[in-house]
Design a protein around this ligand. Structure first.
Ligand code: ADP
Ligand code: MG
Length: 242
């Protein structure tokens, strides 16, 4: 069963048609990187997957559950999806430990001790075991984003969505976040990643999807899309960003 199966997805905001017929499948263990110009609908696509945006038409299945079906238990689907945004959205008044345990305790009903143990494990995974007692303001942006990733991982997601996770970071902090993501990919995590980091996409992606104007213009293995793009629009975009 595919982890994500999107077919005929359209999304409009008023008269603005932002997604104009998207078909996209993500298989278990795949890392699919979505690239494309600003305003092409990348974030909207990601947000439709967990219904942060309601599609105008089309169907989206996540691990077999039809999220676009009004009878779907969307909370259950969302529990299986970790999402990491450009802004880390940590709670400033809570320690790193509490940031990583709060959803485990409230949503998964884990005990304080179990949630704490799983928080420690996942902070270790992102290289921040020693920051468990710190507050977000005491951390760099890169460290905060790694905490946000640990928080998502602590929920045992079967799918991770990343929306430009390094775009708000100072350049010298980008690498540590990408390194964590590369590690997740190597562990076999299924990931859908919107990114401007072309070197990362080229190296880590199983498949690269180029979007422009609300459609997928082309997709393929990184060496195909970067090395021998078929479409003029892809060539233009890559020429601008590389
Ligand atoms: P990208 O992530 O590729 O930059 P987005 O998905 O954020 O693109 O946005 C695509 C288009 O949809 C843009 O023109 C944006 O202004 C518009 N848009 C996004 N979200 C909303 C919204 N909530 N209401 C109205 N327009 C929106
Ligand atoms: Mg965006």
């Amino acid at each position: 069963m595919s982890t994500i199966e999107i077919s005929g997805l359209h999304k409009s905001f008023g008269s603005l048609e932002v997604l104009r017929g998207i078909d996209l499948t993500v298989e278990p263990g795949e890392v699919v990187c979505v690239i494309g110009p600003s305003g092409s609908g990348k974030s909207t696509l990601l947000r439709c997957v967990n219904l942060l945006e309601q599609p105008t038409s089309g169907s989206i299945r996540v691990a077999g559950a039809e999220v676009t079906d009004p009878d779907c238990d969307i909370d259950a689907v969302r529990r299986g999806i970790g999402m990491v945004f450009q802004q880390f959205n940590l709670f400033g008044h809570l320690t790193v430990r509490d940031n990583v345990t709060i959803a485990q305790r409230r949503v998964l009903k884990r005990s304080r001790a179990e949630a704490g143990r799983i928080a420690a494990e996942n902070l270790q995974r992102v290289g921040l075991a020693e920051k468990i007692g710190a507050y977000p303001a005491q951390l760099s942006g890169g460290q905060q984003q790694r905490v946000a990733i640990a928080r998502a991982l602590a929920m045992d997601p079967q799918l991770m969505l990343f929306d430009e996770p390094t775009s708000a970071l100072d350049p010298e902090l980008v690498g540590e976040v990408l390194a964590v993501m590369r590690g997740l990919a190597a562990e076999g995590m299924t990931m859908l990643v919107v990114t401007h980091e072309m070197a990362f996409a080229r190296e880590v992606a199983s498949r690269v999807v180029f979007m422009d104007g609300g459609v997928i213009v082309e997709q393929g293995r990184p060496e195909e899309v970067f090395g021998a793009p078929r479409e003029e629009r892809t060539r233009e975009f890559l020429h601008r960003v590389l």
